[in-house]
Design a protein around this ligand. Sequence first.
Ligand SMILES: [Zn+2]
Length: 254
Amino acid sequence: MVLPLILAVLGLAIGPLLGIVVDRAVERERPEPFHRCRDCGTALGSRSLVPIASWFIPCPTDPTHRRWRYPLTDVVTAVAFAVAGARFGWSWQLGPYLALFAALVVMSVIDLETHLLLNILTGPALAVGLFLVLTLSGANNYDDGIWPALIGAGLYGGMMFFFWRLYPPGMGMGDAKLAPTLGLFLGWMTTTPVNAIRIVLFAMIISFLGHAIIGLSLRAFRRIGAGAELPMGPALAIGAVAMIVLSDQLLVAG
Ligand SMILES: [Zn+2]
């Protein structure tokens, strides 16, 4: 119980820094040691990096300006870190999956705001993931996890690329580029190719169903227009995190 709490606090502290990465990617400007108002661009000062307290700093220009993104980033990071702590405990896998979850928070928030998964993030995420899988597996007597990880990456990437070619409006090319990283970390949870295939398929089904249900309910409540598309990236991230957390319960040894 202690570790998830510690990690939740760590997540709250790291959230504002992840927000700076999001700023950089969304605005395409140099990183700054503070946040800006999402509406008018007014600098919010270094206080805007203080966890939780910063949520209540109003925009100096107009207090009514919306600023849901920074609190959202902080809270989601805290929850994701706590979940990783509950799942992995003090194991060698905790670090790599914390890094994955932080990267997924950044990419999901950017995708929500811009409907883009940026190559500058999806490419390095896969490279770092491959590096971690190849080095940490051997160092921790977990060689059995290497092939399932590679199979997961190839399978998820291949399937999403196929879907994108089949029906390009359904998702972005960025989704197909994020998928190999998700497949890599999903497969790495297992030690057999069969389970790697299972966990990737489960994650994909959860993502597609979740995306469809949320999209349809938003439309039903008229929160988004008929032509508007909900970005796929956050759904892929949530499906992968769900399967990483639940893999023990849902995968039958085989
Ligand atoms: Zn403002």
